[in-house]
Design a protein. Structure first.
Length: 248
């Protein structure tokens, strides 16, 4: 129960930082360990006569996490002068690396969720979070909000589009419909020869986590429906069929 407050603080409080998370977690665990030894092992003092041990751990974790966060430097989005929506004057100049550009490319075609980006890159969340923060500070993307799930939902800005290679007419039209040539190929296979999906993955070097990201994206956009209990089964929708007829 105590660690749950750290997740909650991270979701609703932009000023919450790693210092607060570490100090709060340690304080909560040490408090619960000490009172468990005093009560259950040495029979010296039973805290449960006055308050539930889990409740005490929760309160200690909360108080210490808040105080530690207030005494430490928050991330850029926790600063009082930070504005969520980028303008010409409230962002800094940043140099984009290969990972930043890869993330930006995915956001351009509608991969707007942190989980999708992490899975598509095949990296841990630390890497994808660093790329998103870099793009956010440079004004290349904008978050949907500053709390909850909106904090991890992104859209590309005009500056972000300008930083990417210009797409040709057909690919540009695909991107507006949250598609790429690769995604259209997959839709065509799902429509015509679903038994060749494994061959498609092998040919394009698509690993399972990236495939999961692609399927989630196409499902959210209404191009396919996922099913299957032990093995993923894709079924194309009318919207997906129309996309295949238009682009394939």
């Amino acid at each position: 129960m105590p660690p749950a407050i750290l997740l909650g603080l991270g979701a609703i409080w932009p000023k919450f930082n790693s210092r607060g998370a570490i100090c709060g977690a340690l304080a909560g665990m040490i408090t619960m360990a000490v009172f468990t030894l005093l009560g259950d092992v040495f029979k010296v003092f039973a805290i449960n006569k006055y308050i539930y041990l889990a409740t005490l751990g929760f309160l200690v974790t909360l108080v210490v996490a808040v105080l530690a966060s207030l005494t430490g430097k928050p991330k850029y989005y926790g600063e009082s002068n930070w504005e969520r929506v980028p303008t010409a004057s409230n962002r800094k100049d940043v140099k984009l690396d290969a990972t930043d550009l890869q993330v930006l490319e995915m956001i351009r075609v509608g991969h707007c969720y942190m989980a999708d980006l992490t899975d598509a890159l095949g990296v841990d969340s630390k890497t994808s979070s660093a790329a998103v923060e870099h793009l956010d500070q440079g004004g290349y993307i904008v978050r949907a909000g500053m709390r909850g799930s909106k904090f991890y939902t992104f859209s590309i800005t005009d500056k972000g589009r300008a930083a990417l290679p210009v797409l040709g007419g057909r690919e540009s039209e695909m991107a507006r419909e949250c598609l790429t040539p690769l995604y259209v190929q997959l839709l065509k296979i799902v429509k015509d020869t679903p038994e060749k999906q494994a061959e498609f993955l092998q040919k394009n070097g698509i690993k399972s986590m990236r495939m999961s990201s692609i399927c989630s994206h196409l499902t959210r956009q209404g191009y396919i429906v996922e099913g299957g209990l032990f093995k993923r089964k894709l079924r194309i929708t009318d919207k997906g069929i129309a996309a295949v007829q238009k682009y394939a």
